[in-house]
Design a protein around this ligand. Structure first.
Ligand SMILES: [Zn+2]
Ligand SMILES: [Zn+2]
Length: 397
């Protein structure tokens, strides 16, 4: 790829903004009718219907409820995939929006309704203007929130049935300036592992602790000792997170329970850090728990790996942002996020990059008060169009 940026396209921004009302309405409709992972039937139906209407060849049911649309223009041999995720979360919405969820206990609290609307807005514009030369492949992925959808689509032959030269995706991000982009080479979102722990002691009367093996005191010491993993085992230049997000044991103040259960989430950006976490976290837990005379029943589950952007594709996306919005639209000093994304699996299969898009001030992702910012739909759709045009013109190589 050259370092040449294509000329700025102010008309493109205006064109997308002009027709965006349809996609804001669609986004709010998807928000009103959220669907959990693997249950995105209504959403997938709407997506497939619109894409067919715009002239795409649509394949539904890829990896469950996934939808793949492709469009060949001209004789170009390059092909590009753009991905959006479609699923919602098991959260009781607390936004009081007029289009708040009508599905009890289900909420689009991660903005996947917005990601879907963004990619559809770009899809319509690209189909109408056909200002590219090659094959465009649009991936509407299910089940991101449970880390299953990307793997399911790949296992269903996604990239064999729809070969592409590169794949790009994006995620909106509350707390970063609206419409500004965070694009880095290398790790951009963390890998995730999980630990499920049961501390088995021997319960008894709260007034006679010497007759028990107290799993509450044992677990408290084990959790305190865990804090040394990040501070004393991980290179200070690296990043790791050890969070005990759930701990349960006992019911009454005067009863020492038999067991305490805890759940941990671990985050990291490199395989070497993951190896240290996998060795030290269970090691410290078992050591402390056994020192107190209790036993540890422990499961360490590797989750999904960090999202690691390929350097040429990250640079390509940065140039597309600069070409469309100017260099000031790239967030200065942007740093990787410690959340996780199953887009990681697409980047194991094909070159590509995952872009972070600032959404402005609002409650964080996965909060019951999170609100997707509709103002970023048009500029984000314009960026997808720009990226597709740049990638699918032979001179961008
Ligand atoms: Zn999420
Ligand atoms: Zn998400």
């Amino acid at each position: 790829m050259t370092l040449q940026s294509p000329p700025p396209q102010p008309d493109l921004l205006a064109a997308l903004a002009g027709g965006i009302g349809e996609f804001v309405a669609l986004r709010q409709d998807l928000h009103r009718h959220p669907e959990l992972s693997r249950e995105e039937h209504r959403t997938a139906g709407i997506v497939a219907g619109l894409l067919r209407g715009w002239g795409y060849a649509v394949t539904a049911g890829v990896g469950g409820t996934g939808v793949v649309a492709s469009l060949q223009e001209g004789n170009g041999t390059r092909s590009l995939a753009l991905r959006a995720d479609m699923d919602a979360l098991p959260i009781v919405e607390a936004t009081e929006l007029p289009f708040a969820s009508v599905a009890k206990g289900v909420m689009h609290a991660c903005g996947h309704d917005g990601h879907t609307a963004i990619l559809l807005a770009a899809a319509k514009h690209l189909a109408e203007t056909r200002a590219f030369n090659g094959r465009l492949v649009l991936i509407f992925q299910p089940a991101e929130e449970i880390g299953a959808g990307a793997r399911a689509m790949i296992a269903d032959g996604l990239f064999k049935r729809f070969p592409v030269d590169a794949v790009f995706g994006l995620h909106n991000w509350p707390g970063l300036p609206a419409g500004q982009w965070g694009i880095l080479p290398g790790p951009v979102m963390a890998g995730i592992d999980q630990v499920l722990l049961t501390v088995q002691g021997r319960g008894g009367h709260g007034a006679a602790p010497h007759e028990t093996v107290d799993p509450v005191v044992t677990t408290a010491h084990a959790i305190a000792a865990l804090q040394s993993v990040v501070s004393r085992n991980i290179d200070p230049q690296d990043t790791a997170v050890v969070t005990v997000g759930s701990i349960h044991g006992g019911e009454a103040s005067n009863v020492i329970p038999d067991t305490v259960e805890a759940k941990l989430t671990l985050r990291y950006f490199t395989g070497a850090t993951q190896d240290i976490l996998e060795a030290r976290v269970p090691g410290i837990l078992r050591g402390v728990i056994e020192a107190f005379g209790a036993t540890a029943d422990l499961t360490y589950a590797r989750g999904f790996s960090p999202v690691v952007n390929h350097a040429p594709e990250a640079a390509f996306a940065r140039r597309a942002v600069e070409g469309l919005f100017g260099p000031a639209a790239l967030i200065d000093g942007f740093r990787p996020r410690t959340a996780s994304e199953d887009f990681a699996f697409f980047l194991h299969e094909r070159p590509g990059a995952f872009l972070i898009l600032g959404a402005g001030e609002c409650a964080p992702l996965h909060s019951p008060r999170y609100r997707f910012n509709d103002a970023i739909i048009a500029p984000a759709a314009a960026l997808w169009v720009q990226l597709a045009r740049d990638f699918l013109t032979g001179d961008a190589q």
